[in-house]
Every structure is written in C-alpha cells, then in structure tokens.
Design a protein around this ligand. Structure first.
Ligand SMILES: [Zn+2]
Length: 141
C-alpha cells in the first residue's frame, strides 16, 4: 500500500472524484434519454443497490457505472490504476454489482448496466441498442 496520501485524505479525494464522475455520467445518460424520447424515469428510487434510474412500471433499473470503480476492462482503466490498494476495492465493487443484479433480477427487474465509456458519442449506436428495452415500452413514448 504505497499511497502518498494518508487514508483520510485519499478517501476524500476519491470521494470527490467519484461524485463528479458519477454526476457527469448520469447527466449524459439523461440527455440520451431525451434524444431517444425516453420518459418516465425516476431517480433516487428506494430499492436495493440504488440504481441511477428506475422505470417503475416497466420494472427496468438502469445503472450508470464508472469504468474505474466498477472494474470495466476498457481503456478508461489502465493497468497502473489496478495497484493492490484499489484492485481489492474494485473487485469488491464488481462482486457487489453482480450480487445486486442477481438479486433484482430475481425480484423481476430487468437490469441495464451502462458503462461510462459507452456514453461517448462514438458509441451512440451501441447505447441506443442497449436502451431498446426501455424505448420499446410504449407507455413511455
Ligand atoms: Zn469502460
């Protein structure tokens, strides 16, 4: 554990990184919802795992996952990031994500997990495809 910051400082740094990243990811997703004329989403819905968006009637929960924090195997996470200190935490996050997905699916929810890197413009076709289950819910058109 060769961190140049003490635990408390590091924790507050990472917290601010996390919240600002999360926010931009969520805002980007909202603008995509608008483009695709997807309506009816709710935020802060009280359900296990705290999905970023919930379509209650359709029972669809959407998570916008930051690539670093949720351990996406993409260019946003370089091997350098995965030192011992963070990789333990990230694998815990991954495990938790899987458990929550499983739990909610068993409760009849459809889970869509969107990676931060999927929200870039070059991935637009992909994201439209991924959100198709929501678009197809005619109640939200
Ligand atoms: Zn990614």
């Amino acid at each position: 554990m060769n961190d140049i910051f003490d635990k408390k400082t590091r924790s507050s740094i990472m917290k601010s990184v996390k919240s600002s990243k999360n926010k931009s990811t969520e805002l980007r997703l909202i603008s995509i919802f608008n483009e695709l004329q997807i309506k009816g989403w709710r935020r802060n819905y009280k359900i296990k795992g705290k999905p970023d968006f919930v379509f209650q009637k359709a029972r669809i929960a959407v998570f916008a996952d930051g690539c670093f924090w949720h351990g996406h195997n993409c260019r946003n996470t370089t091997p350098k990031d995965n030192d011992n200190y963070w990789s333990a935490k990230i694998s815990r996050n991954k495990k938790r994500d899987q458990d929550i997905t499983k739990y909610l699916e068993q409760k009849g929810w459809k889970i869509i997990r969107i990676w931060e890197c999927e929200l870039q413009n070059k991935n637009k076709t992909n994201i439209e495809l991924r959100l198709k289950p929501i678009v197809e819910q005619s109640v939200y058109k």
